[in-house]
Design a protein around this ligand. Structure first.
Ligand code: THU
Length: 134
């Protein structure tokens, strides 16, 4: 059965418990819904060598891509701040796989969330379209 946006937000919030963030103690969780209707979860995964840290969004998207499920309907992000927005690296990572109608949902609870498109959060981006133009 297709999950509602509220379901996805609840799954993301519940999944925050799996965050591996012993250094920052800042938990982030992400859920990807693909156009096929499958769900993939991700959390931030920190490392003693700090720069190796993987963000929750890239973790969830990597899981979908690794399953060969590349068409992204929605990505939900929730973290320990009121509204946890994706970092610049994750925005660029999203630009590779999201299309103009994919939804980026920044959620604090099912009663407090905002929905964006990629162009809202990463306008004038560099992506595969540039390479195709050459
Ligand atoms: N973090 C994410 O998982 N996603 C973001 O887009 C912002 C930052 C994580 C990385 C690190 O584990 C912690 O939040 C604090 O920066």
């Amino acid at each position: 059965m297709k999950k509602s946006l509220e379901d996805l937000i609840n799954i993301a919030i519940e999944n925050k418990k799996n965050s591996y963030s012993p250094y920052s103690n800042f938990r982030v969780s992400s859920v990807v819904l693909t156009k096929k209707g499958n769900i993939y979860k991700g959390v931030n995964i920190e490392n003693a060598a700090y720069s190796v840290t993987l963000c929750a969004e890239r973790s969830a998207l990597s899981s979908a891509i690794s399953a060969g499920d590349r068409e992204i309907d929605t990505i939900v992000i929730t973290g320990d701040s009121t509204m946890t927005y994706p970092c610049g690296v994750c925005r660029q990572f999203m630009a590779e796989f999201l299309d103009s109608d994919s939804k980026i949902v920044i959620a604090n609870s099912i009663n407090n969330y905002k929905i964006y498109g990629l162009d809202d959060i990463l306008p004038y981006n560099f992506s595969k379209k540039d390479l195709e133009e050459k």
